[in-house]
Design a protein around this ligand. Structure first.
Ligand code: GLA
Length: 501
């Protein structure tokens, strides 16, 4: 009994003392605010609960939360690993120094960085009054994008480093390089243009864009169209101001600036609404844009969730992303390509599946892989939004982006999206029927080595002797079963078979 009492007393003493063993309590909301040269404040939020040496909670990003999966506390120091539901992982080493938290953060595809966070009473990313989205109804087509939109977008190469000067230079280069005349008409500024709202709630551009109207005028003066980016949530994916609660006002501002294209990126709306509300939330901005009476291409960017292809057009979308983000690797480009055939039937004039913007010319793939990227996007009737530095293109990049015969397939007015029709080992055949009765064919060699093959024309119901055009060699030849084609590793052919006369 005495022994038990002693144990109990020891236990009680330890329990009372234990908070003292952990010199400071880490529990609370911690916010680090770092001012950027463009006037924007980058925020990192940690919500922590400490019990003894147990640490739980989450890291908050504008686009969502990462829950703490693993953590250890040692006095005033801790280490934690936080993950999103789909596995994006951040590791953070922290130390409590007085009333500040010093953090060293590591995450994929970024250099390790350090932050200092202070306690906050509120979580700046939390919205307490969520506005109910409108009741859904089917919107009629809005007119533009009868063929897949073509142009250029700032994100893939410049990300947050886009500014007024660069946009003007890109506009000049789109003209000088022949891109505009080949159809690349939309010049779209992606995330990080937004500044603050004024007292009336009107959105202004940040320091990088001193006068958005003047910039749009400049772009228009070059015979181009002008696009911007926002989010239905309070923040964009990069943490800039979104359109939440200001949809109609923002649509009017865009129209007054002369915006012709809006990419609307789900991002922080995911904190407010379940995926099932996406259609209604997207419809809200579609109606706001339509109320301006300016034809504005409306691009839904919600990563292909909730089978967007089934409701995208009804919500007023002219195109909708079908997957998460592309990156400049053959692997990712092909992963995305692999998901496109199954949804081909949903695309058509005015409403397109969007397998994301082009990486051609950004340096992460070899020329044959970039040709495959272009061929597949064209066979899929995908929007062609170049994402490279068009101010200085290599001959290879130029020849790919400016291949007019391939562009003509992409822009074919029949508007039928092609699909993978056959596969034999590493060789894949993609087919697309065209307006004049011709058929486009892409043959991809997924192997890591070059291969020679004979095309089984008869299996494709192509008669021997049918006129075939090679859209890269720019010559014609008759279809012959015994003809051999060599396709380099990860490369592809693009052919156009004449309609039977
Ligand atoms: C998301 C989109 C990208 C790009 C970034 C900008 O990741 O999918 O295309 O717009 O946001 O932050």
């Amino acid at each position: 009994m005495v022994v038990r009492m002693r144990h109990l007393l020891a236990f009680l003493a330890l329990s009372l003392l234990s908070p003292l063993l952990f010199a400071g309590d880490l529990s609370g909301i911690w916010v680090s605010s770092v001012s950027q040269p463009d006037g924007h404040t980058d925020r990192e939020v940690l919500v922590l609960q400490q019990r003894g040496n147990q640490l739980t909670g989450k890291i908050e990003r504008p686009w969502g939360s990462l829950n703490i999966h693993q953590a250890s506390v040692d006095g005033d120091r801790f280490t934690l690993i936080a993950k999103t539901d789909d596995g994006y992982t951040i590791t953070c080493d922290g130390a409590l120094e007085g009333d500040k938290l010093r953090l060293a953060v590591r995450e994929p595809n970024a250099k390790p960085y350090e932050l200092v966070a202070v306690r906050s009473k509120t979580d700046p990313f939390l919205v307490s009054n969520v506005v109910a989205p409108p009741a859904v109804h089917d919107l009629p087509p809005n007119g533009p994008a009868r063929t897949p939109p073509m142009g250029w977008n700032s994100w893939n190469l410049f990300a947050g480093r886009i500014d007024d000067k660069t946009v003007r230079e890109i506009a000049d280069a789109l003209v000088a390089s022949g891109m505009r005349d080949a159809g690349y008409i939309y010049l779209n500024i992606d995330d990080t243009w937004q500044g603050d709202r004024d007292g009336n709630g009107v959105i202004h551009s940040n320091n990088k864009f001193p006068d958005m109207k003047a910039l749009a005028d400049y772009v228009h003066s070059k015979g181009l169209k002008f696009g911007l980016y926002s989010s239905p949530g309070p923040y964009t994916c990069a943490g800039y101001e979104g359109s939440y609660g200001h949809e109609a006002q923002d649509a009017r501002t865009y129209a007054a600036w002369g915006v012709d294209y809006l990419k609307y990126d789900w991002c922080s709306a995911g904190r407010l609404y379940p995926d099932a509300a996406m259609r209604a939330v997207y419809q809200k901005m579609a109606e706001a844009l339509r109320a301006t009476n300016r034809p504005i291409v409306y691009s839904l960017c919600q990563y292909g969730r909730d089978n967007v292809w089934e409701w995208g057009p009804k919500a007023g979308g002219n195109l909708w992303r079908t997957t998460g983000d592309i990156n400049d690797t053959y692997k990712r480009m092909m992963e995305i390509a692999d998901t496109q055939s199954a949804i081909a039937k949903y695309a058509g004039p005015g409403h397109w599946n969007d397998p994301d913007m082009l990486e051609i010319g950004n340096g992460g793939m070899i020329t044959d892989e970039y040709r495959t990227h272009m061929n597949l996007w064209a066979i899929f009737a995908a929007p062609l939004l170049a994402g490279n530095d068009v101010r200085g293109m290599t001959e290879d990049t130029r020849s790919i982006l400016l291949n007019k015969e391939v562009i003509a397939v992409d822009q074919d007015t029949k508007g039928v999206q092609g699909h993978r029709a056959d596969k034999a080992g590493d060789i894949e055949y993609y087919a697309r029927p065209l307006d004049n009765g011709d058929m486009a064919l892409v043959v991809v060699n997924r192997a890591d080595t070059s291969t020679s093959l004979k095309i089984p024309w008869s299996e494709m119901h192509i008669a021997e002797g049918t006129k075939v055009r090679d859209l890269w060699k720019h010559d014609d030849f008759p279809a012959r079963e015994d003809q051999s084609f060599t396709i380099p590793a990860h490369g592809s052919l693009m052919l156009r078979m004449k309609a039977p006369q």
